[in-house]
Design a protein around this ligand. Structure first.
Ligand code: URA
Length: 190
C-alpha cells in the first residue's frame, strides 16, 4: 500500500480513539493523544509503554531523555526516526507517570493492533515489559530480551525499556548490545 494511503488509515485510527472516548479519565488529565511518529511504511516498529511529560507536551512519542537514548541507539545502527515507526501501548500520559493499569493497556490494544496491521512491519521491537506483555503474553523480559520471537505470524524482539536502562550501567550495555542485533534479526526474517 502507498505511504499516503497508510497515513490516511493511521489518521483514521487516531480519530477513532478520540471519537470512541477511550480511557476518558486519562484523556481528561492529558494534554493530548500521543499516537505515533515516523514512517508508516517502516519495516521496524518500536512500541513503548506510555507518554511521559515531554511526550504529552509535544504530542510525539519518545522525545524526552529515554527518547534521546533511543535516537542515539538508532543512529548507532545507521537509522533515523524517519526510517522507523515509534508508538506506545497506552496513548495518553498516565498521571505522575504511574504504570499504566491493565484495563488501560487492554483498552488501547485493539488500536495498537490496527496500527500494526496498517504498517505491516517485518519486525516489532517491544520496549519494556508493558508492551511485551500486551503483545507476547507470558514471557519474562529478563529471560527473553534480545531474542526474536515469532508469535501469530509476527516477529517480535523484546528489549529492555530505554528509560529503565538509562541510568543503570549493566542494563544500559545489555540494551545497546541487544539493539545491535536488530539488523541481523531483520535480515533473517523472510
Ligand atoms: N517512555 C515510553 O514508554 N514512551 C514514551 O513515549 C516515552 C517514554
Amino acid at each position: 500500500m502507498a505511504k499516503a494511503d497508510k497515513q490516511k488509515l493511521l489518521d483514521q485510527i487516531k480519530a477513532d480513539i478520540i471519537t470512541q472516548n477511550i480511557c476518558p479519565d486519562l484523556a481528561q488529565e492529558a494534554t493530548q493523544l500521543v499516537f505515533g511518529d515516523g514512517n508508516p511504511n517502516a519495516q521496524l516498529v518500536f512500541i513503548g509503554e506510555a507518554p511521559g511529560k515531554n511526550e504529552d507536551e509535544q504530542g510525539l512519542p519518545f522525545v524526552g531523555a529515554a527518547g534521546k537514548f533511543l535516537n542515539e541507539m538508532l543512529a548507532g545502527i545507521g537509522l533515523g526516526r524517519k526510517d522507523v515507526y515509534i508508538t506506545n501501548i497506552v496513548k495518553y500520559r498516565p498521571p505522575d507517570n504511574r504504570d499504566p493499569y491493565p484495563d488501560e493497556k487492554a483498552a488501547f490494544l485493539p488500536f495498537l493492533r490496527s496500527q500494526l496491521e496498517v504498517i505491516a512491519p517485518k519486525l516489532v521491537v517491544t520496549l519494556g515489559r508493558h508492551s511485551m506483555d500486551s503483545l507476547l503474553p507470558g514471557l519474562q523480559i529478563s529471560q527473553v530480551h534480545g531474542q526474536p520471537k515469532r508469535y501469530k505470524g509476527q516477529v517480535y524482539l523484546p528489549l529492555f525499556h530505554p528509560a529503565a536502562a538509562l541510568y543503570n550501567g549493566a542494563m544500559r550495555q545489555t540494551l545497546i548490545d541487544d539493539f545491535s542485533r536488530i539488523a541481523r534479526v531483520l535480515a533473517a526474517i523472510n
